[in-house]
Design a protein around this ligand. Structure first.
Ligand code: BJW
Length: 241
């Protein structure tokens, strides 16, 4: 049964995907072919691909890391940062769960952000598991600052790996009064399953996307349009209401 999107909102979980950063100039994964040097993302973003051809995968992420540096948050990131600043109080919690590895939510000023698929500006040691803020190339094998092993890899979550922060996400979903999904195709699990989880618990669900996604049927409402327009509109509606 559809939930009531007009009832008073308390705790909010917001899931973001590549679409929120598209207007900042960062490519999405599945629009426009989603190819990089003739490789599908699914063929580069796996531990198997990294074992098979580490240089190719490191080059892909070195390119992505340097591409992020000169990009700026857009109006959608700024609107969520405003919501994060202003949405406080008893039963007014908020969590922005992003699948994106860029840092545009943080650069817009948002604090309550969880990067479930890791971060481009971080390196992970495959040997000791330590994580390190990282802005340089990884292709030429810098040593791990913690254990000295030459095993640093991009600190991102590939297919078959466990996303970060699942316990915190599950807890936030359990107490959510509203679930909002922004700019994600709903093609990748477990994130794609959050809407069903929320809907089955009777939590109102709202989708903000350029076009209908694989999960659209699960949402109580889908608003279609560019994130830079429809996200600020929704935030103003929520804060003004
Ligand atoms: C706009 C816009 C604008 C554009 N304004 N909108 C069979 C069934 C079910 C599951 C599986 C299965 N076989 C395998 C699995 C599991 C697998 C999976 O989901 N596979 C699918 C291919 C089916 N998942 C995993 O392996 C995950 N781990 C896992 O499941 O562990 C076990 C587990 C069990 C139980 C609980 C928990 C865990 C790991 C997934 C890791 C995904 N990694 C990547 C790469 C990250 C690093 C990197 O960035 O390179 O994450 S893949 C890639 O896809 C990336 C993204 O975060 C993710 C989602 O993409 P996203 O953000 O949705 O982008 P797009 O391009 O798909 O969509 C963009 C959207 O924006 C579109 O809708 C546009 O319309 C919209 N848009 N412009 C508004 N201006």
């Amino acid at each position: 049964m559809a939930s009531d999107l007009n009832r008073p909102v308390g705790n909010i979980v917001i899931l973001t995907g590549a679409g929120i950063s598209a207007e900042s100039g960062i490519d999405t994964f599945r629009n426009g072919g989603g190819l990089w040097e003739k490789h599908r993302v699914e063929d580069v973003a796996t531990p198997q691909a990294f074992r098979r051809d580490p240089d190719l995968v490191q080059r892909f992420y070195d390119m992505r890391r340097s591409a992020i540096a000169d990009k700026q948050p857009n109006a959608a990131h700024h609107a969520l940062a405003k919501l994060d600043r202003e949405w406080h109080g008893e039963r007014r919690d908020l969590l922005i769960v992003t699948q994106n590895v860029d840092d545009l939510h943080e650069r817009a000023g948002a604090k309550r952000v969880l990067h479930m698929h890791g971060e481009a500006l971080s390196a992970l040691c495959s040997s000791c598991g330590s994580r390190h803020p990282w802005r340089d190339d990884l292709q030429h094998g810098p040593a791990c600052p913690s254990c000295g092993e030459q095993r640093l890899r991009p600190d991102v979550v590939w297919f078959g790996e466990m996303p970060y922060g699942m316990d915190r996400i599950e807890a936030a979903l359990r107490k959510a009064d509203l679930f909002v999904s922004i700019g994600t195709s709903g093609a990748v699990y477990p994130a794609a399953g959050f809407v069903a989880q929320a809907a089955q618990a009777g939590v109102p669900t709202l989708e903000l996307n350029l076009e209908r996604s694989e999960g659209s049927d699960w949402f109580d409402e889908s608003r279609l349009g560019a994130a830079s327009r429809i996200v600020p509109e929704w935030v103003e509606e929520l804060l003004g209401g």
